[in-house]
Design a protein around this ligand. Structure first.
Ligand code: FHN
Length: 466
């Protein structure tokens, strides 16, 4: 088996990308995509209903591909020259998915408290996890896995009540027609010399059109076959919106998969922002999602044991949620499809907290400004319940300022009632003073404690319009 893969791997770039369907599609693409290309991204006015997404708060990102042998990074290993291309692609010979159990994945994600997941259907290396008809460089035709891996993932998520996300890299460093034009928006001189990204001689616009037809044909397959609830694009940076024909692509995706949510990596033609590996200090406008690794690597890396603690992940999750954002926490299964014990342990630990804190985490909205409470907070959608997040034991009690409402009840989410009192109230001056909540150390949660403040109606704060 390995010898077959060695042969195909070494002649990969030329032999596994069929051109017939692509030629037929070039006409379709040139006719089908009449969007006004080359202009600044418009204000997106046709956003889909994103309620499920903003209510979901936590998703699991899965980077799984031929790099999951764990010896080199996903796609970048060959792009940056750390690994020769044929050595990288020959990793396909160990991509067995022998113990791949999407039902087990879905149950683990559910146990973690995730409401959706996003699987790399195709990373920058061009290896597809589904049996695409557009190239043989896929799990069925080019690896011992020998089958479509995306369909079972979608079915298992849906059977467990999770929404389906698929990651798709616009750029494809393996496709012979990809490195055919420069970036209209400009590229760094060092990038320009990278043969996987840019032509090393004259540009070939016809090849670029062939690549777009291939790119769209794969997306059409994904949309019509798997009907993902969310498409998580990546790799838009090496070409301009006009070169990607993003305006037209957005319309095609909405035709192929009505209601699908698109992330921001469409050169401005997406539906929500995707900060990565860095918690935003100022929340992006609109819906957003922080994607981050559970250790330091997107894909499985044998040597990477630098896992974030559950407490750290809970802190990041609550920081995101308190500003109206989601957390997309990444794991990297091994080539055989197993999730490592370390990652399983972190996800189950996270699930202890998310299940205990569910009423505050899911289906709530961003909390109050830090002027009123020096920490993250969340609100029920009707604003009659305020949730305060505490990471460390406040010896003098929890202070929250400016609440005009009558306080009906204060308690710990997942715990008992708490005592509270007003301090420095000056009703003559229309000042409700400071609400002090006594929080016994014994009531603290090891990861994060949420205090629930039930009000007599929608929250009314000093200094804010009713
Ligand atoms: O280049 C990729 C990287 O490999 C990884 O997939 C991340 C995940 O968001 N996205 C790109 C880097 O921004």
């Amino acid at each position: 088996m390995v010898s077959i893969f060695k042969f195909v791997a070494s002649s990969l770039v030329k032999t596994v990308f069929s051109t017939a369907p692509v030629i037929a599609l070039v006409l379709f693409i040139s006719l089908g995509r009449s969007g006004a290309e080359g202009v600044k991204p418009p204000v997106i006015t046709d956003k889909p209903d994103m309620t499920w997404f903003t209510d979901a708060r936590l998703g699991i990102f899965i980077h799984w591909g031929i790099y999951s042998e764990g010896k080199g990074s996903e796609s970048w290993a060959f792009h940056g020259g750390d690994m020769p291309y044929d050595v990288y692609t020959n990793q396909a010979s160990t991509f067995t998915a022998a113990h791949y159990d999407p039902e087990q994945w879905a149950q683990l994600f559910k146990a973690a408290g995730a409401r959706y997941a996003v699987l790399t259907s195709k990373h920058h290396d061009g290896f597809a996890l589904w049996d695409t008809a557009q190239s043989r460089f896929n799990a069925k035709d080019f690896s011992p896995a020998g089958r479509d891996l995306v369909g079972p993932y979608c079915a298992a998520l849906r059977a467990n009540g999770l929404k389906v996300g698929l990651y798709f890299s616009h750029l494809d460093w393996s496709h012979p027609d990809y490195a055919s034009v420069l970036n209209e928006a400009g590229q760094s001189p060092s990038d320009r010399t990278n043969r996987f990204s840019y032509p090393q001689g004259p540009e070939n616009p016809a090849a670029w059109q062939r690549f777009l037809a291939f790119h769209d044909a794969q997306l059409k397959e994904i949309c019509e076959r798997f009907r993902p609830d969310l498409l998580w694009f990546d790799g838009d940076w090496e070409r301009s919106a006009a070169q990607w024909k993003m305006a037209g692509l957005r319309q095609l995706l909405k035709q192929w998969d009505p209601g699908v949510i698109l992330n921001s990596r469409m050169q401005g033609y997406g539906d929500y922002q995707t900060p990565e590996q860095a918690l935003p200090v100022i929340a992006p406008d609109g819906p957003w999602e922080l994607c981050m690794t559970i250790n330091d690597s997107w894909g499985y890396q044998q040597r990477d044991h630098n896992f974030k603690s559950v407490r750290q992940i809970v802190r990041l999750l609550t920081e995101c949620a308190s500003q109206g954002g989601n957390l997309l926490l990444d794991i990297g299964p091994r080539s055989d499809g197993t999730v490592t014990p370390e990652e399983t342990q972190v996800l189950l630990g996270l699930g202890r907290w998310t299940h205990k804190s569910a009423e505050a985490l899911y289906g709530t909205i961003a909390g109050i400004p830090k002027d009123y409470y020096y920490g993250p907070s969340l609100l029920s959608k009707d604003r009659s319940v305020l949730y305060l997040v505490c990471y460390d034991h406040p010896a003098d009690g929890v202070y929250v300022k400016g609440i005009r409402n009558i306080i009906k009840r204060v308690s710990v989410v997942g715990g008992g009632e708490l005592k509270s009192r007003r301090f420095m109230q000056a009703l003559w001056a229309n000042q409700p003073g400071i609400l002090i909540v006594d929080l016994p150390e014994a009531a603290m949660d090891p990861d994060a404690t949420i205090i629930k403040i039930e009000l007599d109606g929608p929250l009314s704060l000093v200094g804010q319009q009713e």
